[in-house]
Structure formats: structure tokens, C-alpha cells
Design a binder for this molecule. Structure first.
Ligand code: DGJ
Length: 729
């Protein structure tokens, strides 16, 4: 890993593990992109920019028709003087002009990586783990200084980027667009991969060939959203799970984003990512600074699998923080699908007791424990215990459960308020709203205005008081509607379009405070399931409820898709009852167990209603998971079979010491005249021998990977197998 500056060529060569990224300052200070891809030992610029007279392209120097911003790969393109591609940024001056012109001013290279003020970001523990390059670009007319930040990591094929705007001029500047990264590829021959979906249907893989013009995914919902995850990848057309070049982009942010790809006129492709410029503007007064969130760019020359493994290890070790980062996560029982709002203290105690008997470790009391919350029509914001359901108060209930040897966890939806709540009656101005407009509800609730400090402080104090009132070890942080009427009563007119981003800064502030105040509480984020499954959330909360869809078959795709960028340890994954509540499918308990054991295992059903036989199977699942938990949660993840392309799914987890591997195999529908099925494993040590604990067979790693393993004949729908391989030599 290193960052080298060649002052003669005015060329920057950024080397992360296995990847090089090169930039050059050309002519009168234009910063251009030269190369991103596989590591290059010495980059002496074998691919200089070609200057060609291109018909109608504008020329900064009228005497030189070969030089035009229209045809060079600008690293941080602006608007108004010749680059007609998607700009990375745009400003408006007090005179109404929206033109600017950034030129290289200075740079510095240093060991380590600085924090981004108020924003989540990857980090280092020791300075030698990374190197950072800051390049300052400057617009002389306005005094706008734009610093591009790049960090390369020693251990990861990852480069992070973000941008700092500083108004060093005399007049106000309005940022209309402030993306975090823009990369010009010198080719158009790529496929675009995105993760798309909806509530209960997150992270579907969508791969398509790039075509001329713009293709993009974005969120205008005030949350990163289940509709489009803030992740995209460009793939060479022949790239597969294990071969070919892949370029991943993932935005460390939980609100509105834009991921845009434009195939341009002369065979180039521009990828840009950052805050969604839609309904965004930021008022920058003289000497004020604006920092954009971070984009994590990952390169792989070995397909999607290697790209995902880079994201997983980077996020698991250098994005997630706190004591749970490296700690095995408890197996939980959550009461939501068991009782919904209809419970009382005895009922939840019975469920917790059954969980304890079956080996579970944490009971989670979901929605409905506060205010007068017998349905979803009231009480959000009133974080006081409902004395009808829990007459002895929370402390007693928690005590009854913890004295069984179970940990206790609790649900909140802190960012919301019900119109029918004491909080809303006292502070009707504390919600996002626009004067004289109706306040649109969603799930009967409004969104608190987290751009306001007093609202953030209310959330911090009300949650703190519950967390301090009893021995609570876990908090589920839910968020169940998107934003409408985005405006703040506390911001002046010229700052109204800052509201959505200020909300996110407020949210991150609240999360920073609470996770610091309660370092021993395990936080799980949730937005109607995986509606905010993004790296921004992972920085504060090490796990996420992956989907409100708990159907095992649906979960194959959801978890497979989510694993493109996010590690399995982050994926909350529960066994629920059948017929499944979301899709009414009936799947075997063993399959539900194997799917849920492929992530962060939990249960979400009324355990007291299980038959003895079912209880035995659950007990067995819980005890198996404890034996493989380290491998699943901290191991290396390989995808074997893709449920979006086949009738099967399969994946393998390999422990960090390489001594254990766990493979899940899932066959969706039963087919007539099915061929004998051979499964090829991945990630094993070819020189080692493994015992398959479930069958007692002993095979070489090479044999299992290259010849494969013949699977038993399976008749019936929705069946699965789990193989635990332990090294025998
Ligand atoms: C949506 C979440 O995703 C569910 O798991 C559950 O917590 C409900 N909200 C509660 O209202």
C-alpha cells in the first residue's frame, strides 16, 4: 500500500491491496483520471490522454482545438465550461451564476485516515493500515476550495473517497450538487449490477448491459431504502461469481442518494455516487465547510465473490465499532410475529422461558410495550411503559427474564411520532412539515424533525431513561415510513433544502451519543426490515433486521443479494412459524433453521405452541448454531449457487483459522427426473482433509471443490442440507 506522487509527470499512483488507481494533473491544472484496476507495480502512464480535435467540442484555449473538457476524463467534473457529462458538483453564486472551474492547487499525503466530522466512515486502528491523499482544487472566481479525499488500505482492495467544500471567498455559495465520487472509465463494455426491491422483497439482483446515456438508481425517500440499495457494481461482461473484473461502489449513508452511470459519446463511462442532488441544496457562508459522506470503492479481478469478501472484511473490522464487533452475537427470541401487539407480562415470560429451555440467549420485546399501543395507531414518541400490559413495570419484567439467565432486549422507533401521542400534542412543530400543507401520515405516523437539536436531545434522554431503568442488553431501532413534506420549522427559507441531510446528521448524532452512553447494549437497526441496510447504519449498529419477510424461500434471495456488500454477521435472520405470515408458504422447520443459521440466528414465533418434536428440532438447531457460530459470524463467505438464476441456493462459510467450513444447500422446488446432484464446495484448503460431521464421510478439500460431493436424493419442495466440515489433519 502506498500513495506515490511523480512530480515530473504530475501523476498520483494510489496502491491499495491488489488495486491501483491513477490520476494526473494536466495542462493548466485539470485533474484527470487515468486508471483503476488490477495492481500495477510502476505506473509510468502507458495510457496517456489522447488529445483529438473533436468537431464541436468547446476549447478553453481557442488556439488549441485538441483540448476540451468535453473529451477528457475529469476526476471531479463541474458544470458550465465544456464538460457536458454528469457533474460531480454544482454551485450557485449570489449573482445567480452556476458556472465554476476547479483547478489543482495543492495536495498532501499522510499515514492513516481522519474521521469525517459527524458522519459514519471506515476507520483505521493504526496509522500504518492506510494512507490518505488530499487534493485541493480551487475556483479562483468564487474562492471555493474543494478537497478530494482518498484513502487506500493495506489489507483491503478498497479505496474510499469523500469531498470537503470550503467557502474561502467573500460571498455566500449555494451547493446544488455535492457528490462524493466520480470515476471515468475508458470503456463502455460493462454490465451494471444493482440491488433492488421493496418492503419484504429486498436486495434482488439486477444485472444489465450498459447502454448509451444515463442509467441510475437513487432514493428520494429520506432513507437509503429497500427500493434501491446504495450499492452498484460495474462488471466486465464475462465476469461471474469467481472470475472477471468487478468495480463496486457503496455509499456510507442512510438517506437520499444517487448512483449514476452515463455512457458517453467517445466510448467512456462515468460513474458518480453521492448525496442525491434532487431537492438538495446547501448554503455555504464565507469560511463554512461542507463534508460529503464516503463512498467505498472495491476492485476485484476475481468476480463478485472476491468483491463481496473485501466489503465483508472491511466492514466487519473497520466500519462496525464497539465491543460487539468481535463478539459472538446472542441467539434471540423476538415476540413480534408471536404476539404482535397482543401480549401481557405473563405471556412474554412464557415465551422467554421456552426460549431459555431451548438454549436461546436473549429475549426481545418488540413493538407494543409503551403508551397505549394496542395497534399501530398511537403512542410513538411516548416512551413510557404501558401499565396495562406490564402492570409491575419494565424493571420487574426484565428482572423476571434475566433471572432465568436470558438477556433482555427492547424495541424502539425513535425517529417517529404518532399524531395520537402526548409528545405530538405538546410539540406539533417537532415533525417534518411544510407550512399550510397537510402532514401526510404513513402507518399512522409522522417523522420527527431530527434536524432540530431539541428533538435529538428528547430522543437521547427518553431512550436513555428506559435503558438505564433496567438491565437491558439489546435495542432494536426501527424506522417504518419514508419522508414527506420535508421541511423544518426551525430552518430559514434558504436552508429548507438542507432538511433531509440535516435530519441524517441529527440521526447520526443521536446514534453516536446513545451507542457511546450504552457501550454494552447491542443495537440492531431496522427499517421495516432491510429498508436501511447500508454502511452508514452499520457504523453505529453492528446488525440489521434483514427483512420483514421471514419466509425461508424468499430469504434465500434476500440474504444472497444482501451479501453482495454486507457481511452475514450483520444479517438478522429468524425462524418463524408456518404458514409464513408474509407469503403463506409452508416450509419445513429444518429448512427455516438452515436459512436462519446462515446469518445472525434468531426465532420469532410463539415457542409455547411448538410440539415436542418441533421443540427438539429447535433445541438441536440452537446447539448446532453454537458450534458453528464463530465460523458463520466471523468466517469468510463464498456463494456457491445463485437462487436468482437456479432452483437452488448454496453458500459456504470458512472459519478464520481455516479449520472449519459450513455449507448450506437449499433446493427450492422438487422436479421430476431430477439428475443426480453434485455440489462443488468453495473456499476449502485443497491440501487438507475434512470430516463431514453430518455423514461421517472424510474427503480432501481438493476433492470436494473440484469433483464435488454427490448429494442425497431429495423429494419434496423447499428442502435443505447443512454440512459441517472439520479439518482432520
Ligand atoms: C417493522 C419491523 O421490521 C418488524 O420487525 C416489527 O418490529 C414491526 N415494525 C413492529 O411494528
Amino acid at each position: 500500500m502506498s500513495i506515490i506522487y511523480d512530480s515530473e509527470l504530475r501523476l498520483f499512483h494510489l496502491q491499495a491491496k491488489d488495486t491501483s488507481y491513477c490520476l494526473q494533473i494536466v495542462r493548466e491544472g485539470y485533474l484527470c483520471h487515468l486508471y483503476w484496476g488490477k495492481s500495477i507495480h510502476h505506473f509510468r502512464n502507458s495510457v496517456p490522454l489522447g488529445y483529438i480535435d473533436r468537431g464541436f467540442s468547446p476549447n478553453p484555449d481557442p488556439e488549441d482545438r485538441t483540448f476540451s473538457l468535453d473529451t477528457i476524463p475529469l476526476e471531479y467534473p463541474g458544470y458550465g465550461n465544456g464538460d457536458f457529462g454528469p457533474p460531480a458538483y454544482q454551485i450557485s453564486q449570489t449573482d445567480g451564476s452556476t458556472v465554476s472551474d476547479l483547478r489543482y492547487k495543492s495536495h498532501r499525503i499522510y499515514a492513516g485516515k481522519k474521521k469525517l466530522d459527524g458522519l459514519p466512515a471506515t476507520y483505521v486502528e493504526q496509522e500504518h493500515e492506510a494512507e490518505t491523499l488530499e487534493i485541493e482544487l480551487f475556483d479562483t472566481v468564487t474562492g471555493l476550495s474543494v478537497t478530494l479525499l482518498y484513502t487506500v488500505f493495506e489489507e483491503f482492495a478498497a479505496i474510499t473517497r469523500s469531498v470537503k467544500f470550503h467557502n474561502s471567498g467573500k460571498d455566500n455559495i449555494r451547493l446544488l450538487r455535492a457528490l462524493s465520487a466520480s470515476v471515468d472509465f475508458r470503456d463502455v463494455n460493462y454490465d451494471l449490477l444493482t440491488l433492488d426491491g421493496a418492503h419484504t422483497n429486498e436486495s434482488n439482483l439486477c444485472r444489465r448491459k450498459l447502454h448509451p446515456g444515463t442509467q441510475s438508481v437513487e432514493s428520494r425517500r429520506g432513507a437509503s431504502s429497500p427500493q434501491h440499495n446504495p450499492f452498484i457494481a460495474l462488471m466486465s461482461p464475462e465476469a461471474t461469481e469467481d472470475h472477471g473484473e468487478v468495480y463496486g461502489f457503496n455509499f456510507v449513508y442512510s438517506g437520499n442518494f444517487l448512483a449514476n452511470v452515463e455512457v458517453e459519446q467517445y466510448g467512456t463511462t462515468r460513474v458518480s455516487m453521492g448525496l442525491n442532488p434532487f431537492d438538495f441544496a446547501w448554503h455555504l457562508e464565507p469560511s463554512e465547510t461542507f463534508q460529503t459522506p464516503e463512498v467505498v470503492m472495491v476492485y476485484s479481478s476475481e468476480g463478485l465473490g472476491a468483491m463481496s469478501r473485501t466489503y465483508h472484511s472491511l466492514y466487519r473490522t473497520r466500519l462496525v465499532r464497539g465491543k460487539f464487533r468481535d463478539q459472538e452475537r446472542p441467539i434471540l427470541i423476538n415476540n413480534w410475529e408471536a404476539t404482535y401487539f397482543d401480549f401481557h407480562a405473563d405471556k412474554i415470560e412464557q415465551i422467554a422461558k421456552s426460549g431459555k429451555e431451548l438454549g436461546m440467549e436473549l429475549f426481545v420485546l418488540d413493538d407494543g410495550w409503551f403508551g397505549k399501543r394496542d395497534n399501530d395507531k398511537s403512542s410513538l414518541g411516548d416512551w413510557v411503559v404501558d401499565q396495562h400490559k406490564l402492570p409491575e413495570g419494565l424493571e420487574k419484567v426484565v428482572h423476571r427474564i434475566t433471572s432465568m439467565g436470558m438477556q433482555f432486549g427492547i424495541w424502539f422507533e425513535p425517529e417517529m411520532v404518532s399524531p395520537d401521542s402526548d409528545l405530538y400534542r405538546a410539540h406539533p412543530d417537532w415533525v417534518l412539515h411544510v407550512k399550510d400543507r397537510p402532514r401526510t401520515t404513513g402507518r399512522y405516523q409522522l417523522v420527527l424533525d431530527l434536524s432540530r437539536k431539541e428533538v435529538c436531545d428528547y430522543i437521547i434522554s427518553s431512550i436513555s431513561s428506559i435503558l438505564s431503568s433496567a438491565s437491558i442488553s439489546y435495542l432494536k431501532w426501527d424506522m417504518n415510513r419514508h419522508m414527506t413534506e420535508i421541511g423544518s420549522a426551525s430552518l430559514p427559507p434558504e436552508r429548507q433544502r438542507e432538511t433531509a441531510h440535516r435530519y441524517m446528521l441529527g440521526l447520526y448524532y443521536v446514534m453516536e451519543q446513545l451507542t457511546t452512553l450504552f457501550p454494552d447494549v447491542l443495537f440492531e437497526s431496522c427499517s421495516s426490515g432491510g429498508g436501511r441496510f447500508d454502511p452508514g447504519m452499520l457504523y453505529y449498529m453492528p446488525q440489521v433486521w434483514t427483512s420483514d419477510n421471514t419466509d425461508a424461500v424468499s430469504r434465500l434471495g434476500i440474504q444472497y443479494g444482501t451479501s453482495m456488500a454486507y457481511p452475514p454477521v450483520a444479517m438478522g435472520s429468524h425462524v418463524s412459524s408456518v404458514p409464513n405470515h408474509q407469503v403463506k408458504r409452508v416450509t419445513p422447520l429444518s429448512t427455516r433453521g438452515h436459512v436462519a443459521m446462515s446469518g445472525n440466528l434468531g426465532y420469532e414465533l410463539d415457542l409455547t405452541l411448538l410440539t415436542d418434536e418441533e421443540k427438539e428440532m429447535v433445541r438441536e438447531q440452537v446447539s448446532t448454531y453454537k458450534k458453528i457460530r464463530k465460523t458463520i459470524q466471523f468466517g469468510t463467505f463464498y456463494r456457491n449457487l445463485n437462487p436468482f438464476m437456479t432452483n437452488e441456493a448454496s453458500w459456504t462459510f470458512v472459519s478464520t483459522d481455516g479449520k472449519q467450513a459450513v455449507t448450506g444447500y437449499f433446493r427450492i422446488l422438487s422436479k421430476p427426473a431430477a439428475p443426480v446432484r453434485i455440489l462443488k464446495f468453495k473456499g476449502l484448503d485443497p491440501a487438507a482433509t475434512y470430516r463431514i460431521e453430518e455423514t461421517g464421510e472424510i474427503h480432501g478439500g481438493d476433492e470436494l471443490m473440484y469433483a464435488g460431493l454427490t448429494l442425497p436424493r431429495m423429494k419434496g419442495d423447499f428442502l435443505s442440507l447443512l454440512f459441517t466440515l472439520n479439518k482432520v489433519d
